[in-house]
Every structure is written in C-alpha cells, then in structure tokens.
Design a binder for this molecule. Structure first.
Ligand SMILES: C[S@@+](CC[C@H](N)C(=O)[O-])C[C@H]1O[C@@H](n2cnc3c(N)ncnc32)[C@H](O)[C@@H]1O
Length: 246
C-alpha cells in the first residue's frame, strides 16, 4: 500500500528501515526498561476502541494495547519489521507511510506513534492524515526526541567510538529526518493547523550519562517534566492531543 511515487526525503527514511539486518525487538530489549515504560505508558493510558499505531514497526505495543480491550491496527513502511511483527502473531498490519494513511475518515478512536516513529514522518502531512482518520474528540499521542539530548547522545557515541564528531546537530542530515522539539512551538503550530489541540506535553527526565553512574543516579529522576520548558530540557517528549476537527 505504499504510494508509487514517494517524495525523496520520505523515500530515504523508509529505505533506511527496510535495510535493517537485526531483530528489532531484541535491540529494543537493550533499552532500559524504565525509559521504555516512561515513553510507552502515557500512550497506553489514552488508548480506547479502535487504535491505529503509525510507524508500528514490529507492533511492539500490540500486546499492551490489546490487553486494554482495544482493537489494534498498525501501519509501517518496512516490510522487514512488519514481517517480524507478523511472525509474533500480529496480523492487523498494513504496509504504508504516515503521510498517506490508507484508511477512511473518522475511522479510529485513538492514534498513537510509539518510540519516536514521528521523527521519520513529515509532520505536516502525517498530522493532517492522523486527524482525518481519527474521530472528532479522539486522542492522538506520540513521542519525539529532544533535539539537544539527541545531539548530546550522538556526541557521546562519537567520543566513545573515538571518531570525529559528526557535523554539529548531526542527526538532521539527508539520511535521517529528525523533527526536533527545540521548536516545540512549531510542532504545536503544525498540530493546530491539522485540527489538534495539545492537551498534555510531558518529557522524561532521563539523561544520556551511561558511564558516570553517580551522576546518573542524581540525574535520572523518576516522573516527567511538564510543558514547553520541560520539553526543552527533557529527553523524550510526549505529546497528547485531542482531535477538534469537525
Ligand atoms: C523507532 S521505530 C518505532 C517502532 C514502534 N513504534 C515501537 O514503538 O517500537 C520507528 C518506525 O518508524 C517507521 N517509519 C519510518 N518512516 C516512516 C513513515 N514515513 N511513515 C510511517 N512510519 C515510518 C520505521 O519503519 C520504524 O518502524
């Protein structure tokens, strides 16, 4: 169900995911459990009825969504990830991109984008498609990564691997489309244009300090920062929005 002509930037991001040669869920297992639950819980707390996950990958969230009595459907462009999901027994999966959702209007009660899938999606097109397929009053929740912590993370990785730092703010290059929340006002603006009202903005308090455990203990508080300032200093940023489009 991928459109035959994809814009080059969308195509680039999609092919990056098609080329993966690892088992995604095993890779995810390396992510600290408390960070994952801090990202996933706010999304899982709002699901009801028919739920669409945009950029679902291997349908990692399928089990938790179904456990809450909801009907899960997932869409993702990566055949390899969808196959890994299918082999786990999740069959409600469609191949496609968030910018062109092959579903009718007012079809879902909830739309979610787990683990930063919207980093790879053109926000203007993606949000307006989510609003179209979501019922009026339905909730939409997704996560992005704070621009600054993302870059600190990249820099620490470069230092650890003893290679020259990539260009400053490296992750905004032609290979990876990175939407950042430094301009969270911009994201809010795009959401509003698509018909969404942001009802809650949370960000995790994690910091990328893997090697310095004593600093990590001080810095990795539990709970969330709230609001725009929180999104500026937080790590992962979680948007919860209501569809107000009639
Ligand atoms: C970090 S993974 C997140 C997977 C899953 N949501 C999770 O919570 O584990 C990002 C996902 O975004 C998908 N993706 C990349 N470009 C996309 C696009 N244009 N539309 C929808 N999904 C896209 C990738 O294939 C990948 O599965």
């Amino acid at each position: 169900m991928l459109p035959s002509h994809l814009r080059r930037d969308i195509y680039n991001s999609v092919s990056g995911w098609e080329d993966i040669n690892y088992v995604y869920d095993l890779q995810i297992d390396n992510t600290p459990k408390d960070r994952l639950s801090a990202i996933d819980e706010p999304l899982l707390n709002i699901v009801k009825g028919k739920v669409l996950e945009v950029g679902c990958g291997t349908a990692r969230l399928h089990y938790e969504v179904s456990k809450r009595g909801c009907d899960y459907a997932g869409i993702d462009p990566s055949r390899k990830l969808l196959k890994q999901g299918y082999l786990k027994g999740v069959h409600e999966l469609v191949r496609g991109v968030g910018e062109y959702l092959p579903f009718p209007e007012n079809h879902f009660d909830t739309v979610i984008g787990g683990y930063h899938s919207f980093r790879y999606i053109d926000l203007e097109k993606g949000f307006s498609e989510c609003s179209r397929v979501l019922k009026h009053g339905g909730l939409f929740a997704f996560t992005l990564w704070n621009y600054w912590s993302l870059n600190i993370h990249a820099l620490l990785g470069d230092i650890k691997n003893m290679r020259l730092p990539r260009q400053p703010f490296a992750l905004q290059n032609k290979d990876i489309i990175c939407n950042d929340v430094f301009w969270v006002k911009n994201e809010n603006h795009v959401l509003q244009n698509a018909g969404f009202a942001v009802t809650s903005l949370l960000s995790t308090k994690k910091w990328p300090l893997p090697r310095f455990s004593f600093l990590k203990r001080i810095a990795n508080w539990q709970g969330y920062w709230h609001g725009t300032l929180g999104a500026f200093i937080g790590y992962d940023v979680i948007f919860i929005c209501r569809n107000e489009k009639l």
